[in-house]
Write a protein that binds this ligand. Structure first.
Ligand SMILES: Nc1nc2c(ncn2[C@@H]2O[C@H](COP(=O)(O)OP(=O)(O)OP(=O)(O)O)[C@@H](O)[C@H]2O)c(=O)[nH]1
Ligand SMILES: [Zn+2]
Length: 340
């Protein structure tokens, strides 16, 4: 088989050098496949031909795989052999608070959806931004229902102020134009995912993006299916093709927005604050009362909004409280490192 041809077509599915470089010479015979949906007992995958069967080894736990993952499969048996490292990964604290649950992987852009009405909430958007930053995906704020708002510019300006260089798009999710508004992030091989509260128009947008139309049976949000015992299982997220060449993952799994173990994500959101911190007189400055505090100086000069500093403070504190610490060999506290 001509490998270079195989790889150029795989790029349509989001394959890139990042993944190709991980394939060992001994694995050259194996076939790359992308995980399209994860169920309790099986995983659906796609390759350039469309849906393909993926057999799981007897000891495999489907919870170790996420929609968007790249895996290598045996060409004869279709058996999953190896999962490739992830470029980006979304996880959430699982019910009961123990361990992390995978939500989706290898998402290039997170579309954070809110509407131009009472749903618009700075603090909630900040939590989504932290999540995107932490996962390594580029966030984009999507303001839906722009057709119903009197002053879209007001929402737009508030959203843009949340993070440096944050793209903000206002649109009507029911109009076909919405696809062209989002096309910069939905090109060939690009993967996007949508998050946002119920009712903001995520399903509408997925339908518009995928060209399925609002009358279609395609209902994202809560995809349910029955397992063999007839129990309700929320299977959630799957990968849908966008006609322009990209992929969209609907992610109803992202609901609770506790911040925990997301220091990098917070630092990126509040880069205006975190960049000043090293310039404060004291290395452990809390930016509240210390002399020589550049952050407080920025508030005084009007360069930094006082309520923004307050939100940074409370999010950072919540993150500290919720981040698990493991005791090191000599009782040193070790903050758990990010694992992909
Ligand atoms: N006017 C207008 N209505 C919209 C727009 N986007 C969505 N809607 C409407 O808002 C309602 C909710 O949209 P959904 O797409 O179901 O919202 P959702 O975010 O998927 O909600 P969940 O499935 O509960 O998560 C529907 O009646 C849509 O037709 C928009 O841009 N403009
Ligand atoms: Zn300071």
């Amino acid at each position: 088989m001509n490998n270079s041809h195989l790889h150029s077509t795989l790029e349509l599915l989001g394959w890139s050098d990042f993944f190709a470089d991980q394939v060992q010479p001994t694995e050259a015979e194996l076939l790359p496949r992308r995980v399209a949906s994860v169920h309790r007992a099986r995983i659906e995958a796609i390759d350039v031909t469309g849906p393909v069967k993926l057999e799981l080894p007897a000891n495999a736990n489907t919870a170790d795989y996420a929609v968007g993952d790249w895996v290598l499969a045996d060409p004869r048996s279709g058996m999953l052999v190896n999962r490739l490292d992830r470029k980006t990964v979304f996880q959430r604290r699982s019910e009961g608070g123990r361990g992390q649950q995978l939500v989706a992987a290898n998402i290039d852009t997170l579309l954070i959806v809110t509407s131009c009405n009472a749903d618009f909430n700075t603090e909630r958007l900040e939590r989504y931004l932290i999540m995107a930053n932490q996962a390594g995906s580029n966030p984009v704020i999507v303001l839906t229902k722009a057709d119903t708002a009197d002053d879209v510019g007001l929402f737009q300006a508030q959203a843009e102020a949340l993070q440096r260089d944050l793209p903000v798009v206002a649109l009507n999710g029911r109009s076909a134009d919405a696809s062209s508004c989002l096309s910069p992030w939905c090109g060939v091989g690009q993967t996007v995912a949508l998050v946002g509260s119920s009712g903001v128009g995520k399903s509408t947008l997925v339908n518009t993006l995928t060209g399925l139309g609002s009358g279609s049976a395609q209902k994202t949000g809560t995809v349910r299916e029955y397992d063999a015992q007839g129990r309700h299982t929320t299977t959630a997220r799957s990968l849908h093709a966008i006609p322009g060449g990209g992929w969209v993952i609907d992610t109803p799994g992202i609901r609770t927005l506790h911040v925990s173990d997301v220091t990098d994500g917070i630092d990126m959101l509040f880069s205006d604050i975190t960049e000043l911190a090293p310039l404060c007189r004291f290395r452990d400055c809390t930016h509240s009362h210390e002399p020589g505090c550049l952050v407080q100086a920025a508030v005084r000069s009007g360069a930094l909004a006082a309520d923004r500093l307050e939100r940074w403070r409370s999010l950072a504190a919540e993150n500290r409280d919720r981040t698990p610490v493991i005791s090191g060999p000599r009782g040193n506290k070790i903050v758990r490192k990010r694992e992909y």
